[in-house]
Design a binder for this molecule. Sequence first.
Ligand code: ARG
Length: 559
Amino acid sequence: MNLKQEVYNVLKQLKDYGELDNLVIDSIDASKGDFCLPCFSLAKIMRKSPMMIADDIANSLNINGTTIEKIESVAGYVNFFLNKAKISESVLNNFNISRNQPNGKVVCIDYCSVNLAKYMHIGHLKNSFLGESLARLFENFGYKVVRINYIGDYGTPYGKIIAGIQMWGNDDDINTRGIDALQEYYVKFCAAEAEDENLQQLARDLSKKIEDKDSEIYPIYQKVIEIARKEAERLLDILGLHFDSWKGEASYANDVNKVVDMLDQKGLISISQGATIVDLSKFDMPPCLVKRSDGASIYASRDIAAAIDRYNDYKFDKMLYLTAVEQKLHFAQFFKVLELAGMPFSSGLEHISYGRFSLPNGKISSRRGKQAVLVDLIDYVLDKANDVIKNRTFNIENPKDVALKVAKGVLSFNALNIERNKDAIFDIERAFSFEGETAPYMQYTYTRVMSILRKAQGLNLDNIISDYSCLDQIQAFELIKMCCNLNNTLKLALDKRDPSIVLKYCMEMCKTLNKYYTVCKILDDNLPQVKAKLQLICLVKNVLSVAFNIICLETMEEM
Ligand code: ARG
């Protein structure tokens, strides 16, 4: 619902001004009305002062029978005041919260895309929640989304892990300690290899054997991948994140010659120092390397093969790739190559990068090497959430369940809270406060709504006719307006690829709602007004449910 439409409808009466709708903006403070039309840009065209134009417009509009209550001309602005009771009534009785119809379009989102040779880290948290939130935004607007976790399951790191297993490992240890054992061998091997050329050769030989599917080595590799993938799935499952495809880099390692042939047919290939490249100097970019001089495949050629494969599988309209900004050039290069190769889907490819996300130094201890990794962070946050919920003064029915939702909320909130491209430090202690701009604050606000609605169930309002006049109160009407902005907010977040816009929207709504409770008793004796207020609270709840879901924030009955 777009309340500006009410103003547009009135502006249609004007014939001499051309298109004015685009000039209408939200008023900054309620004393200046709900919307205003600044007349400054009209002054040149009309050859009149903005003050005179605003006077003329205000005087010539007829608002009888409309939802506009008053029009004022002040210092070059035309201010529009909505009839709050009328608008509230119409919004509360007509608001349609259902999501958009399927639009027949497909979006692939390549996110998380964890390198299985290493522990997941805090960067994956940012990446994964951004990807998931964008996925939900696209779904909200009717797209079919394919979630792809393009795992890093290829390359010399696996040769090194296997070398480490052969030197120090045994099945028992791997089976019991899983990923921790593998990571330990990997780190140990990397240290040893730095001093010993023979070990470097060993790792290369083993990597080659993996590629050749050697009967002895390949099964070990498969086991390594299985263990690492299970752990990644376990962590992502705690976060509530699930993927449609886990097809990783290794699946495309053998496509390098196919890719080179295809590019060669289009006359794009040249050889430079033995390596196969696509020259991109015309586009101010370094050449895109597609095949190494030893014939091995390269990150870019695997990505080219993967993009073609995904187009064949999903016929996507768009494909988004989420990575840290460091990979910007890689994406620009292979997107260009696909464009030059005339791939029909190349214009739908998009790289989405984001700012650095980190913990304050030494905040969380790690059992696993120098830096805290994702599993440490998740454990820490889960423990802390359990403590917080245990210390609540009243009995909660499912404390474990509530604590898990709080923990997940703290993680998604902090991953999405800051504008996508800005750097952020995760202030993990403050994150659990029930006050200030935090996830628990928002979740708690929601439980307050639920509690009011529960209490209201005791009232018999069936035969009561709502009295909307009480909704002209400032915060009440703010809430009405905010609800009407849901769709625009989601659209803006989608267009900017930035869920932080939705998070801010939720936060403002929660703050306004809490303010509303302090100035207005919802359940008083005036039942017609109670009914109207409850309709408002109910709408706010439904809007918050939709918006919370987009930012991966779960709701509960109590906390
Ligand atoms: N696995 C890569 C990394 O950890 C990210 C992959 C991103 N997706 C892609 N299609 N290249 O850096």
